[in-house]
Design a protein around this ligand. Sequence first.
Ligand code: FE2
Length: 221
Amino acid sequence: MAHIVSVQEAQLALPQLALQRVPDFDKKKWAKYIEDIKKKPDPYTPGRYRGRGGFVLALDGSPIGMLNETFVQKENEAYPNISRKFAPLPDGFVVFLSSGNVISIFQIFQEFCRSRIRELDIHLIGICSNNTEVKVVPENSHQDGTDRVGILVIDRLNIEGGETQVARSKGGKPFFSEILEPGEMLMFDDRKYWHYVTPIKSISPEPGWRFVVVLTAKLYS
Ligand SMILES: [Fe+2]
C-alpha cells in the first residue's frame, strides 16, 4: 500500500532539487574574488583554478570548527581516495557569501538544506579555455559523496558549452540540462542524483572562463 504523506511530513521533507536566481545578483561585487582565484591554479587539474575552505556548523548555523585542509572524495573516478589540498579562499570571501548580497548565498543554501548543515565545504572554481575544449568535470557523471550540493554560476566569459546536467543514475539521461547563467544557483540531493557539466570552449582567441561557487553540505540527521 502506498505511503500517504501527511502535510506535516511533506513540510519537513527535504527538497531534492531547486534552481534559484540570487536576487539582485551583481557580478561587479564578485570581481575581486575572481581576480584572486585566477592566481590560484588547481595543482591537480590543468586549466582549473580553485580555492577552498569550510566549516563545521552547530545546529543553530554558527561555525564551531574548520573542515580538514585535505579534501578526499572516495568515489571520485579521476582522483579516487586521493588527498587534495587547495589554495585558501580569497580574503573576506566567506563574509561576502554570508552578507555581501541582498539574500546571502549561505542563507539560500541553508534554506534548501532546511537549516540542517553540519559540514559546509566551499569551493571557488575557475575553468579556463584557450581555444580548445576543456573538461569541466574530469570525473564525468558523479556524486560528490555528500548530502546536498549547490552550484552558483558567477560568470561565463567568452565561452560556449558548460551545460549543467542532473540525472537519476550514473551516465543516465539527464532530466535537468541547462546552461546556468550568472546568478543562478542549482541545488540538489547528492545521494539521489548524479551531476555533470559539459566541456567549455572559448569562442574567440581570447581566453574563455567559467566561474562557479560550489557548496556541499553534510547534514544533521
Ligand atoms: Fe561535483
